[in-house]
Write a protein that binds this ligand. Structure first.
Ligand SMILES: N[C@@H](CCC(=O)N[C@@H](CS)C(=O)NCC(=O)O)C(=O)O
Length: 213
């Protein structure tokens, strides 16, 4: 199998974290560096990473869908708890990340360049991000895992998002840590690094980010 991946993409990092946690070896291709745009678009009209391609040529985009598919075909170690309510919480945290945290982060991304910046959009995006961090804090318990006491798909979704939550203020000349107002998220962010695969993904994202500056 092949993963069309970009090391800085939080969506790609979500899938990589899962692959590392499950010990799945997969070929990585960065389509933006290694493929002509038309070739990638012919594979997936979305043209986005991550995209999975199986050995028989079946192509699946969208990080959450890829993770759910991989969980089904590689069920061990499980990254979904056995308890239905805990499973629901894993999925809830993934959706909080996708819908309410990545949306303002994407707006902020598009406004990093000061010469192109829309200040009203930046203010609104930071406001939305802080609000969604409050929601996240409500559902975390301050321990080093999002749900239960082992890695789940919720951690795969949240770690790459919190990477950017912590980096973003500095890119706008602010020296604040957005997690400071959120004790459970702060505890989570400290504890999750006890997982070696989290360190691996963090380093990959950090190196990719340094490469863009
Ligand atoms: N909802 C998608 C979002 C994927 C996405 O937006 N990926 C970005 C990189 S972070 C991308 O490939 N952008 C290229 C483009 O939109 O042309 C997912 O969860 O996989």
């Amino acid at each position: 199998m092949k993963l069309y991946n970009n090391d800085l993409s939080p969506f790609s990092a979500r899938v990589r974290l899962m692959l590392y946690a499950k010990g799945i070896d997969m070929e990585m291709v960065d389509p933006f560096a290694d493929l002509e745009p038309d070739v990638f678009k012919a594979l997936t009209p979305l043209g986005k990473v991550p995209t999975l391609e199986t050995d028989d040529g079946w192509v699946l985009p969208e990080s959450e869908t890829i993770c759910e598919y991989l969980e089904e075909i590689y069920p061990e170690p499980s990254m979904l708890p056995a308890d239905p309510r805990e499973r629901a919480k894993v999925r809830l945290l993934g959706r909080l990340g996708d819908l309410y945290m990545l949306a303002p982060l994407t707006t902020l991304f598009g406004n990093i360049d000061p010469s192109q910046r829309d200040h009203d959009k930046v203010v609104a995006a930071f406001t939305d991000l802080k609000k969604s961090l409050g929601w996240l804090d409500h559902y975390l318990d301050g321990s080093g895992h999002a749900v239960g006491d082992s890695l789940t798909l919720a951690d795969c979704a949240l770690v790459p998002i919190l990477f950017f939550v912590r980096k973003m203020p500095e890119l706008f000349g602010k020296s604040v840590c957005l997690l400071d107002a959120h004790p459970n998220a702060t505890g989570y962010w400290k504890g999750i690094f006890d997982e070696p695969v989290v360190n691996r993904v963090y380093e990959e994202m950090d190196s990719a980010m340094k490469g863009t500056r």
